[in-house]
Design a protein around this ligand. Structure first.
Ligand code: GRF
Length: 202
């Protein structure tokens, strides 16, 4: 089995899509070993519990308060995950940029979801910023990517899969969010299939 850790900070709808796909046999050979949340109130924690997946709540704040560095946080989290024989890291709405102190433990094996096309709207509120850019006539469409995380760059790295998402003139922001999330849930599972389940890979 390929054991993955899924990292979340919030609602966890992409986590849910991945756990459902595993349970439905759509990601053969993949096992969700662990969910990590850096936010206590993340609704995704409840989703993980419902699916019977162990959860680790691992916030940065105690490190900061103790004068310890982000690199120490990253190294400690990597050690926790490695102890569980996890080989792939899946960032599903994970709001923390890892340093090499984490990434070096999982070279080319950290995958991230970004609700925009390559090189566009990195960081938070990517959907809102795309919506505003469309209203100003700066873009005609947006998209979703799943990419590998090679370094500390935000929402950049080798693209595994990408898909254009249309924006229509009559769209509300909520309409666009709904359309993007539907694509995310499908595309993330597709990306994990391509990375982890295709013969000869993973
Ligand atoms: C997604 O839109 C993802 O692209 C972004 O954060 C959101 C997470 O949603 N990075 P959820 O927690 O999976 O529902």
């Amino acid at each position: 089995m390929t054991r993955i850790a899924i990292l979340i900070s919030g609602f966890g709808s992409n986590l849910e899509a991945i756990l459902n796909a595993i349970e439905e046999g759509k990601l053969p050979g993949v096992e969700a070993a662990l969910v990590v949340s850096n936010r206590r109130e993340a609704y995704g924690i409840q989703r993980a519990v419902k699916h019977g997946v162990p959860v680790v709540y691992f916030p940065l704040a105690p490190y900061t308060k103790a004068g310890r560095s982000r690199r120490e946080y990253d190294a400690d989290l990597a050690a926790i995950i490695r102890a569980l024989d996890v080989t792939w890291i899946v960032q599903a709405g994970w709001m923390h940029v890892f340093s090499s102190a984490f990434l070096d433990h999982f070279p080319s094996r950290v995958v991230n979801l970004h609700p925009a096309l390559p090189g566009t709207f990195p960081g938070t509120h990517g959907i809102e910023r795309a919506y505003e850019a469309y209203q100003k006539g700066e873009i005609e469409h947006t998209g979703v990517i799943v990419h590998l995380v090679p370094d500390e760059g935000v929402d950049v790295g080798p693209v595994v899969v990408q898909e254009v998402v249309e924006i229509h003139p009559e769209d509300s922001l909520d309409d666009l969010k709904t359309r993007i999330h539907a694509v995310e849930h499908r595309l993330f599972v597709q990306a994990l299939y391509e990375l982890l389940c295709k013969p000869g890979l993973g």
